[in-house]
Design a protein around this ligand. Sequence first.
Ligand SMILES: Cc1cc2nc3c(=O)[nH]c(=O)nc-3n(C[C@H](O)[C@H](O)[C@H](O)COP(=O)(O)OP(=O)(O)OC[C@H]3O[C@@H](n4cnc5c(N)ncnc54)[C@H](O)[C@@H]3O)c2cc1C
Length: 496
Amino acid sequence: MIQKKVAVVGSGIAGLAAAIRLANSGIRVDLFEKNSYTGGKMTVYEQDGYRFDAGPSLFTLPHLVDDIFESCGKNPRNYFHYRQLDNACQYFWQNGKKMLLKADYGENIKAIKTNFGHSAAQSARKYFNDSKEKYELTEPFFLQQSLHRFKTFLDFRVIKVIAAIPRLKLFRSLNNINEQYFKDKELIQLFNRYATYNGSSPYQTPGIMQMINHLEHGEGTFLPIGGMHKIAQSLTLLAEEIGVRIHLNQKVEEVYSQGKVINSLSIGGKMKIFDSIILNSDVHFAYEHLLDEKIKRPKKTLAQAPSSSAVIFYWGINRKFDELDLHNIFFSKDYKNEFEQIAKNNNFWVDPTIYVNITSKVELKDAPEGCENWFVMVNVPPNQGQDWKKITNKLRDKILDRLSMELNANLRHHLVTERILNPIMIEDLTSSKGGSLYGTSSNNSLAAFIRHPNKKLKGYRGLYFCGGSAHPGGGIPLCLLSGKLAANWCLEDIYN
Ligand SMILES: Cc1cc2nc3c(=O)[nH]c(=O)nc-3n(C[C@H](O)[C@H](O)[C@H](O)COP(=O)(O)OP(=O)(O)OC[C@H]3O[C@@H](n4cnc5c(N)ncnc54)[C@H](O)[C@@H]3O)c2cc1C
């Protein structure tokens, strides 16, 4: 039998996951990546003795990475190691309140009782139970399967979810749900924050997103040994070992159809023909720049707003701050206005919520002795032509002032090396629409259903989609699942 050939465009983690699963099923896979490295948003910077993970910093559901190795008959521990962390995140409010939450419901209920009292702790207990229930109910449907295939709806677990739809609070915002459980505005803000895990606003994203906090507090948080970038590195190693042909510095310029089959692409003006194509590039980018004009555009899907983007400062700090943990959040005073600016007005907020991630707290080698590597991020809207140089300078000043005040130290005197990433740079490096971090936002009740399916459905054969802007969405776990869904659908079409 002639070996079937599939091209994967883009080596983000979804593209790598798809390529590995296809190659492992006997397909000849060519993976084209425009950059000189694999991993897309999951990359690394090294500067003046400091190591920074440039993209993702929070790692949940590590079994999804292990599953890729195991599906190829390999022991993941020969490629990739991670540690489970006790602490989830440390929170700071401007009224002086501070709280450390752990990856343990019981401990968190105790912390909430100490800081906010008995009644808040009772509410937290119920909230955690309900989050877990929502996660367990919906995960097999929303994450593990394609919402765009008839056979999905024949699964009994799906029928259970459909029956539970009124309880999932699809038509009420996450903030609305959180206000029902908690009275303290700090706790509402804390649980609203989980909307940002897929680049959305808690005032617009549906209440079902309550389940995201279960990932961190219930399923646990992890850190790969050697840093987040090891996830992409180890998948790249596996891909090469099982025969994926990785072509770096190869930008795909166009993707064409031959009749009703989308199976060809061009690089450097040269056409290459395959049996099928999997696109890991952002869906907006694909329709705007890659796909043959005669291929019909899915208007509703493309009308979805991209998720939020970010301005990130990678700072080498020449001393240690023992009051900080691996993950730290310094909340703004007015969360509602912050998201109004980001999600509605495409602007940044003058008093932003600041996330500080310091991997050298755990991975000592990530900074010189006695020093720390700070990844400092604030959420901003995606690029729509804003003056990012001006915005970045303003944000930098605000952040340095706020953190210096909170930590009682003039940070400007301790900052010894710096690198910056903003939405235009993210867009340029990864071709994501406006530099969005998580593909399309989930800022409406039906976002999960409108997100691009893992296959081009109407009128054509041969084209599949994976990555943050395709089903089931952005973030490491969902992108890994997206790669799996796209590869499996492609394999089913090839072999049936
Ligand atoms: C700063 C930041 C912080 C984040 N924090 C977290 C976090 O803490 N936890 C979490 O789970 N997620 C986080 N995310 C989101 C997560 O990184 C992404 O959802 C995920 O990595 C996206 O993977 P992807 O497969 O969609 O591909 P991407 O990473 O978007 O990569 C797509 C690849 O396709 C390539 N490509 C595009 N077009 C072409 C073409 N025409 N030809 C060839 N190659 C092409 C690009 O160069 C790129 O390498 C963060 C992202 C960023 C940027």
